[in-house]
Design a protein around this ligand. Structure first.
Ligand SMILES: [Zn+2]
Length: 226
């Protein structure tokens, strides 16, 4: 018999402040959240939304992706956001000089208008599921677009620990399966996003364009949309 850690059922809804408490706990315990600890709705703060919208606006102007990292400082017990940068590689040390005690706990990035459904790419999942280290303990990633809303994926205690080579292999094999199942490329990427979350134990949230601060839990076993 396997010992199961007891988990309190999450509240129906969490504010950004409450979500930050959970994040701080995760990093301090070096343990990803159990799916039961995650609420149905997470509402981001006005301040965070302001940063996201600013970068999204900039991406719409010049079509370059923007990204930034949420950093937890284990000594100060604070969560802050790095200045945003452009480019494809989402690494905290590329765009921000890490201070002692800084741990990357999450990220966001923008996508310029693209065809196809809202999705997280293989590269996005690879960045989120990087091996935890003293500098990296990525719990979540946010993807922003103007047309179809925002996505957030949260890594959980159910997510297998894979080295980069095995992770990429696994993601490529899911990609391959989705190509066989769905010929329409626009829909393939949506299926890929859901299949990865299902298979790798991630919890997915979607926020619609008309209320982007409010992230709703997605049932990844339901195919039609978010
Ligand atoms: Zn992306």
């Amino acid at each position: 018999m396997r010992f199961q850690r007891e988990h309190e059922q999450a509240p129906e809804q969490m504010t950004w402040e409450e979500f930050k408490v959970l994040l701080r706990q995760c990093v301090t315990d070096r343990q990803f959240p159990h799916p039961n600890e995650l609420p149905r709705i997470i509402v981001l703060s006005d301040k965070v939304m302001q940063y996201l919208q600013q970068d999204l606006g900039a991406t719409m102007d010049d079509t370059r992706e923007r990204q930034a990292i949420f950093v937890f400082n284990i000594f100060e017990k604070t969560i802050s956001l790095t200045p945003s940068g452009t480019g494809k590689t989402i690494r905290a040390d590329n765009i921000f000089r890490l201070r002692p005690g800084d741990v990357a706990i999450g990220s966001y990035h923008t996508h310029p208008p693209v065809t196809g459904e809202l999705h997280l790419s293989r590269g996005d999942f690879t960045a989120l599921l990087s091996q935890p280290s003293s500098r990296e303990f990525r719990v979540f990633t946010l993807l922003l677009t103007t047309s179809s809303g925002f996505l957030m994926a949260i890594r959980t205690s159910r997510t297998p620990l894979l080295n980069k080579e095995n992770l990429v292999k696994r993601l490529k094999s899911i990609e391959h399966d989705m190509r066989l199942i769905e010929k329409n490329i626009a829909r393939q990427v949506l299926l890929f996003t859901k299949a990865v979350c299902l298979e790798l134990g991630l919890v997915l949230y979607f926020s619609p364009s008309d209320n982007p601060a409010c992230f709703h839990l997605v049932d990844v076993t339901q195919i039609p949309s978010y």
